[in-house]
Design a protein around this ligand. Sequence first.
Ligand code: PXL
Length: 277
Amino acid sequence: MRAEAPPVVLTLAGSDPSGGAGIQADILTLASLGCHPLSVITALTVQDSAGVHDLMVIDADWVNDQARLLMEDMPVAAFKVGLIGSVENVAVIAQLAADYPDIPLILDPVLASGGGDAFADEDLIGAMRDILLPHVTVLTPNSIEARRLGSNDPDEEDDLTLDESASRLLSLGAEYVLLTGTHENTTEVINTLYSTDGTARAQHWERLPGSYHGSGCTLASALAAILACGSPMLEAVDDAQEYTYQTLLNAYRPGMGQHIPDRMFWARETEENEQAP
Ligand code: PXL
């Protein structure tokens, strides 16, 4: 028996039975990076690697009960939040975060599936803005999510620069914003970490040719895992991006839809490690 348990990370997210995104992506990522994953399901989807067919949101009392029981049992080192599903679930998660203010919370603001199906309406987005963002340690929006969350006026949204969106998200209460640039029209993918001290740190990544399912869930979970393991913020942001990039380089296509990042790339047999003594 091992004396010490690995760091425990609690993810609250939706189920993607295809194993590409959602809580399944979180569990794989957290385990791959050496953490013990706790998983509270906020919603079920009917989905394959090509797209989402249906969504059933879990009752907020059930979300609360799942999380609260675990919090009494185990010391949680980080929270990761993905698809939330309802205003009531936002309130449950905000109260959980308020009751455990020392636990870092990484929020991937999932507003739509990769295929564009809506996962959040204006009320839900408003609740995230007003009651959840004040508890967020790192928000990890893509550029579309950053513009939507950063503006409550759809006419203004398209004109909003990424710097302005990020600065609004910081002023709404997020401590850091790691804004990913996959959807922008740039040769390389530019991810930028904005922080409340006014700094912005951009990192450039090779733009890979495929279409991937679950890269955002992977990045946010990797960040939660690496922070839970004790890395300081800037190092954790570097390492989470590097890990995600490796999962995309090793992505595979098990079905007829998108590629799935290989969160366990290091555990696959390659010719190299087969030959190792
Ligand atoms: O990738 C965003 C995402 C998050 N969570 C669930 C999803 C998806 C995308 O389809 O289904 C449950």
